[in-house]
Ligand binder design. Structure first.
Ligand SMILES: NC(=O)c1ccc[n+]([C@@H]2O[C@H](COP(=O)([O-])OP(=O)(O)OC[C@H]3O[C@@H](n4cnc5c(N)ncnc54)[C@H](OP(=O)(O)O)[C@@H]3O)[C@@H](O)[C@H]2O)c1
Length: 283
């Protein structure tokens, strides 16, 4: 079986590679090398954010790779201080300028921040609709939106998000949010797909890995893609960057899938902040 990364269809007609490379917590000085390595071994989808402080380095790595702009799917996200529409417009221009790109493949609202901005993320979303309308964002979506936030967007805006990027890994299945996405044609992107490494020594994960002759990280990433979610594991370790890509030449059977799904700890398994209360605005 060849190890080709599938493209999957978004609700706006565009496609996205199901596996990408995440650059959260990669120091800007290490980002060019990490992204260059990822592109060399075959990743064609990079997930960054204004908040990560490395958009410029992501853009540089893509330019230096020799690949054409349209061969790489690039995602970035609106930072939390810029939800007012005028600020969002300026921030979006800054993102394109940092990347040195004239369009982005996917632009997301990073967090809903329901306790800030008088609870208004709808006017922010309408600014993203403008970016898609003028062609500078091919697709638009959200991140860390709970079901109530998605319901509100559906009631008060025209365009459905193409994706919702949320925390998902074996210890936190986030099933209610994923089910809403499935029912409304919003793809789920699973962030921290290996829980920043915390699920890799779980006895069940280790056991399944031994049974199929793969590493724990490969087994967990394979579990995500068989559930239909999009993933972009982060690593600055060259051997792991390659390892995480080699997940399309084997399959987990139903028993292995169910065993990993059964590790869900509900809310207790959440590693990151709860989107209902998260209100961090970088200085
Ligand atoms: N929208 C949001 O709010 C949000 C929040 C968090 C993350 N994200 C996105 O999701 C991406 C991935 O999440 P994440 O960076 O939090 O965590 P992650 O991908 O679940 O885990 C990354 C950690 O696991 C280690 N690792 C990677 N591959 C490994 C392997 N094969 N074996 C053993 N250890 C391995 C890495 O170490 P080394 O680097 O040392 O190899 C790093 O410490 C981010 O980069 C970002 O793009 C989005």
């Amino acid at each position: 079986m060849a190890n080709a990364i599938p493209d999957i269809s978004l609700n706006d007609g565009n496609t996205i590679p199901q596996l990408g490379f995440g650059v959260f917590q990669i120091d800007p000085k290490d980002t060019v090398a990490a992204v260059r390595k990822a592109l060399e071994v075959g990743y064609r989808h990079i997930d960054t954010a204004e908040m990560y402080g490395n958009e410029a380095e992501v853009g540089r790595a893509i330019r230096e790779s020799g690949l054409d702009r349209d061969e790489v799917f690039v995602t970035s996200k609106l930072n939390n201080g810029f939800h007012r529409p005028d600020d969002a417009r300026k921030a979006f221009e800054s993102t394109l300028a940092a990347l040195k790109m004239d369009y982005i493949d996917l632009f997301l609202i990073h967090w809903p921040l329901p306790t800030l901005y008088d609870g208004d993320f709808v006017s922010t979303w309408k600014a993203l609709e403008e970016f898609q309308h003028d062609g500078r964002a091919r697709s638009i979506g959200v991140s860390n939106f709970q079901v109530a936030h998605l319901e509100r967007l559906a009631a008060e805006s025209e365009v459905a998000p193409a994706v919702n990027q949320v925390e998902v890994h074996p210890y936190f299945g986030n099933e209610e949010v994923r089910a809403y996405g499935r029912a409304h044609n919003i793809l789920t992107e699973a962030w921290s797909p290996i829980a920043q490494g915390k699920v890799l020594d779980d006895p069940t994960v280790v056991d399944v890995a031994e049974q199929v002759g793969r590493t724990p990280a490969q087994v967990v990433l394979r579990w995500h893609v068989q559930r239909g979610d999009i993933v972009f594991p982060k690593s600055t370790t060259p051997q792991r960057i390659e390892e995480n890509l080699r997940i399309f030449d084997f399959e987990l059977d139903d028993t292995a899938m169910e065993r990993i799904t059964g590790l869900d700890r509900g809310e207790a398994g959440r590693q990151g902040p709860n989107p209902d209360t998260f209100d961090y605005v970088p200085a």
